[in-house]
Design a protein. Structure first.
Lengths: 424, 293
């Protein structure tokens, strides 16, 4: 008696469960006419650039498509983690990807983003800085439309420093000699920003981390010079107390609080100081990223975003067009107006919008981008970056007078990293 | 066996079946899949280069100094946090047990830290200890310049403190469950015989609570071995504070090296299994008695 009733109950339950499954499977895509829906996964910009550009491009398409932005976190590693999880699973809900300059090799090699060809390719690369196009390319093929770029300048206090230093050594000496605010703000927490700093120093010293996707270059003498600069700063009184946990934002805060006479940071630091700390802001001077070897021009960091079309998109035909619009001249002007992001088109630097965003230093930003030393392009970029961070962080462990042993360690770790061997 | 018991037993199996199926689906399948991945070379960034590699991934994890350093860090955090939590948890359990007024209020308020999401708690403590925004450096006896996350041991101290703050209530609750089962007549008898408060604690409370203590220790040890959130938020493993879970995360999520990452995960699983085995084998019968209601 009991068992029969129970069995009946079970059967009912099972039927209900199957019915529920069947019902939920019926929902899903409905094809219709009208504008195609494009989803744009991109890092959020506080000034509203992305929304503005998505709206304008949707309107200009005359009902061909509408672009819906999906915002990713501000932290670059977290942006990538969200994207690779979706792309790794071949998620078709992504149409356009806002791709950090360092992801190109990885995304292209994995087949997650599609190549740009034909007239659209020449359209999106017109007047764009040569090294920015390289950050959007892998194995000589273009995988994204360059949108904004970025570079770091040396910011200093005009009231404390008469002549901005030319080299890192000069800067450390000047800072040590100052009675107040005698520190230098950099980005040296164990994160991608540390890799940016290390790469810029190594490039400025006259060598590079990789010479090809799987070849470690890292000439010994210049690399040691670059490492010695890191060790010297970290072990000097010019290092802020929180050097080994500093990032772009803590550097800016330290500078705005009047604790530091020097800072290397992206262009946003200027506008931030003007609005957050006007007293400091009006004394804010700018110069090119300092040299490592006196007389050898520095190679400043290069950042920014390029726009790629996902290989799993169901709307590739219109997605390329939409991405080209999102990265065009007008979009780049909006980005500099609303969020102070440097355009990737070199011809825009004489434009009013750029001149207004970088009063007096638009030319310097342009020169810095042209001279910049990009981070290596390789599908194993994450491994390379993790290896550099693991080996050199915290920077105060580098002996400023003898970087030989840490050089050997760095080189052997990088050789494992490009082969993607071992734990990192 | 009568037909009645037979059909009852059958019903019992039928009633258990959905739960058993669900367990197989959500635990056995992922574990099996992780083991399968761990014997392959498989990297999402290099889809063409995959294949069976046997135990190569395990060899490369176990021969890496990083794995052993991180294992040491994890065990260090585990032992320290569980030890501190046991002492504090016991003290709080005794207070909660004795509280005459506002029992409910006391028990609820003690539980608040445990109700806070670990990531949120980690952020809160990170801000509290930050040199620029935090209040900790303004406290007396602490240097204003102290950079807590700039050194290994100060980082460990903050991580351990945040973990202890968060999970002591859980420990206290499990211990309280053991405490209430002790017959109060035993204390009265001991008092009559002239036992001091300390003697009553060590001779009556502790021995009778042994099963409850073991259960609490087992739960917390297993939990503490998998520590991730607090470290991830506070240092991301910098200053040599990385735990094995963060190591696995780096291989799986940052590098997308599913083979190597799964090998790390399987090794973590084996460690957890070993801890549980030692507890259950070592103190088996006692655990049965002390299962919290």
């Amino acid at each position: 008696m009991t068992s029969r009733r129970a069995r009946q109950g079970l059967v009912t339950l099972a039927i209900a469960a199957v019915a529920a499954l069947g019902l939920s499977a019926c929902g899903g895509d409905s094809e219709g006419s009208g504008p195609r829906e494009l989803t744009f996964f991109v890092a959020i910009q506080p000034g509203g650039t992305i929304e503005e550009n998505a709206k304008r491009c949707s309107e200009e398409s005359n009902g061909k498509y509408t672009i819906t932005p999906e915002f990713l976190p501000t932290d670059a590693s977290q942006q990538r983690e969200q994207l690779v999880r979706r792309l790794g699973a071949e998620d078709s809900s992504i149409d356009i990807v806002g791709m950090d300059v360092i992801w190109t090799g990885e995304f292209a090699n994995a087949g997650w983003v599609d190549e740009w060809t034909g007239p659209l390719k020449s359209q999106v690369t017109e007047s764009v800085f040569k090294n920015v196009i390289e950050t959007a390319s892998f194995e000589k093929k273009l995988y994204a439309a360059p949108f904004n770029t970025n570079t770091q300048l040396l910011w200093y206090r005009k009231d404390l420093v008469k002549q901005p230093p030319k080299t890192w050594d000069e800067m450390i000496e000047q800072a040590e000699a100052l009675e107040e605010a005698g520190t230098i703000q950099v980005q040296a927490n164990r994160y991608e920003g540390f890799m940016v700093w290390a790469n810029a120093l190594i490039e400025s010293a006259g060598t590079e981390i990789l010479s090809g996707p799987e070849e470690v270059d890292l000439e010994q003498e210049p690399t040691e010079k670059a490492l010695e600069v890191m060790g010297r700063l970290a072990n000097s009184s010019a290092a802020p107390a929180s050097l080994s946990t500093s990032d772009e934002d803590s550097a800016r805060l330290g500078f705005e609080a009047g604790e530091s006479a020097f800072m290397t940071n992206y262009t946003f630091a200027y506008a931030s100081a003007q609005s957050e700390a006007p007293e400091i802001g009006k004394e804010m001077g700018y110069a090119r990223f300092p040299e490592v070897v006196p007389g050898t021009p520095s190679k400043p960091p290069l950042g920014g975003f390029n726009l790629a079309v996902s290989a799993f998109s169901k709307n590739k035909d219109v997605a390329f067009e939409a991405a080209a619009c999102l990265a065009d001249e007008d979009s780049q002007k909006t980005a500099v107006e609303l969020d102070g992001l440097p355009p990737s088109r070199s011809d825009l630097y004489s434009d009013k919008a750029v001149q207004k965003a970088y009063p007096g230093f638009a030319e310097l930003v342009k020169e810095s981008i042209e001279a910049a030393g990009p981070r290596p392009t390789t599908p194993a970029y994450q491994d390379v970056s993790l290896a550099v961070q693991r080996t050199l962080h915290p920077p105060d462990k580098i002996d400023p007078d003898d970087a030989g042993s840490i050089y050997d360690e760095l080189k052997s770790n990088l050789e494992d990293a490009v082969k993607r061997e071992g734990l990192l | 066996m009568s037909s009645q018991t037979r059909s009852e037993r059958k019903l019992a199996w039928l009633l258990c079946a959905p739960a058993v199926l669900a367990m197989l689906l959500v635990t056995a399948y992922p574990i099996g899949y992780a083991i399968a991945l761990s014997v392959q070379q498989i990297d999402l960034r290099f889809p063409e280069e995959s294949g069976f590699v046997g135990l190569d991934n395990y060899a490369s994890v176990l021969s890496s100094s990083l794995w052993w350093e991180d294992l040491f860090n994890t065990v260090f955090i585990m032992v320290t946090t569980v030890a501190i939590e046991l002492v504090l948890g016991m003290a709080i359990a005794l207070v909660m047990h004795r509280a005459i007024f506002g029992r409910g209020v006391v028990r609820t308020s003690v539980l608040i830290p445990y109700g806070i999401i670990t990531v949120v708690a980690a952020f809160a403590w990170q801000f509290a200890f930050a040199p620029d925004t935090g209040f900790v450096n303004n406290l007396p006896l602490i240097s204003d310049e102290m950079d807590w996350f700039g050194g290994r041991f100060s980082s460990f101290a903050v991580i351990i403190m945040a973990e202890v703050w968060k999970t002591t209530p859980f420990m206290a609750l499990l211990l309280l469950a053991g405490l209430v089962t002790i017959d109060s007549q035993l204390y009265e008898a001991a008092k009559v015989d002239g036992a001091s408060a300390w003697q009553r604690f060590t001779r009556i409370t502790l021995p009778l609570m042994k099963p409850a203590i073991l259960v609490a220790l087992l739960f917390r040890t297993l939990d503490a071995f998998r520590v991730f959130d607090t470290i991830f938020i506070m240092t991301r493993g910098a200053q040599d504070t990385e735990s094995v879970s963060i190591l696995g995360y780096n291989q799986l999520i940052s590098r997308l090296n599913l083979g190597l990452g799964s090998a790390v995960s399987v090794l973590i699983f084996l460690c957890v299994f070993l801890i549980a085995f030692v507890f259950v084998r070592g103190f088996g019968t006692k655990l049965e008695e002390g299962r919290p209601g």
